[in-house]
Design a protein around this ligand. Structure first.
Ligand code: KIV
Length: 275
């Protein structure tokens, strides 16, 4: 990660120079832990599933994104950290018309202090992206598997499975690039499709469940930290497994409270530590 904060222009210029890294963050303490180690933080609408227990991202609201975006920015500010932060535009806040999109994109920027927004959609959303960019808000695109389309598509469907699918992805990527996006998330594709998209455009393609040849990678932080039990999607690498650690700590705490071992003298005011 860089010493000074990246800008949208700098991120675009890094295509082919270095692999870009991005993790989601939704809270101040997690942002402080992750920021020194990645190029970008994404306050993703995955927050709805990860922290709020929703089944999908469709119930996430603008107020939730503002609250989590502001928390991340406060955490970084308090620690004087320079991370580039992108906030997701939630379902219903941008896709119906460009006026809504511009108003909500500006609200996310103004009320969080973040540096860019991300929204889902390709050719169909290019006019909206163009207007948000023209209003002065940097946009990261998101094509391929679009989680906000889960009901419309009847599930999470992998993209780019045949030549027509690859051509559709390339058309979407080119439309998002032409509309002025500085980078693009490409989610849930076969690797050959991800390679073709990455080669087809001049802005960085940040993959998730895509291919190693993308210009960078993004993961949901709780996934890569192994914070949950249950199904681990194919594309998720767990770099650690915190869930059993947390359970172990909680069990140890309860055991020690019940046995009277905690709080021992070390943890009681007015009693000096031995030695
Ligand atoms: O909301 C999110 O976390 C995302 C990533 C999966 C890219 O959009």
């Amino acid at each position: 990660m860089s010493e000074t904060r990246l800008t949208p222009e700098k991120i675009t210029s890094l295509k082919g120079q270095t692999k870009l890294t991005c993790l989601t963050a939704y809270t101040a303490p997690m942002a402080q832990l992750l920021a020194p180690h990645v190029d970008m933080l994404l306050v993703g609408d995955s927050v709805g599933m990860v922290l709020h227990g929703f089944d999908n991202t469709l119930d996430v609201t603008m107020d939730m994104m503002v609250m989590h975006g502001a928390a991340v920015m406060r955490g970084l500010g308090a620690a004087q950290m320079q991370s580039f932060v992108i906030v997701d535009m939630p379902y219903g806040s941008y896709e119906d018309n460009a006026q809504d999109a511009v108003r909500n994109a500006k609200r996310l920027m103004d009320e969080t202090g973040a540096h860019a927004v991300k929204l889902e959609g390709g050719v169909d959303l290019s006019a909206v992206i163009g207007q948000v960019v023209a209003a002065g808000v940097p946009v990261m695109g998101h094509i391929g598997l679009q989680p906000q389309s889960v009901i419309k598509e009847g599930g999470y469907k992998i993209k780019g499975k045949d030549q027509a699918g690859i051509e559709k992805l390339i058309a979407d990527a080119k439309a998002v690039e032409a509309a002025g996006a500085f980078a693009l998330v490409l989610e849930g594709t076969l690797p050959e499709a991800a390679r073709a998209v990455t080669q087809a455009i001049d802005i960085p393609v940040i993959g998730i469940g895509a291919a190693v040849e993308c210009d960078g990678q993004v993961l949901v932080c709780d996934d890569m930290l192994g914070m949950h039990h249950g199904h681990v999607p194919k594309f998720v690498k767990q770099y650690t497994k915190l869930a059993p650690e947390i359970e172990r700590a909680a069990q140890n705490f309860s055991d020690e409270v019940r046995s009277g071992a905690f709080p021992s003298e070390d943890y009681v005011y007015g009693v000096k530590k031995a030695g």
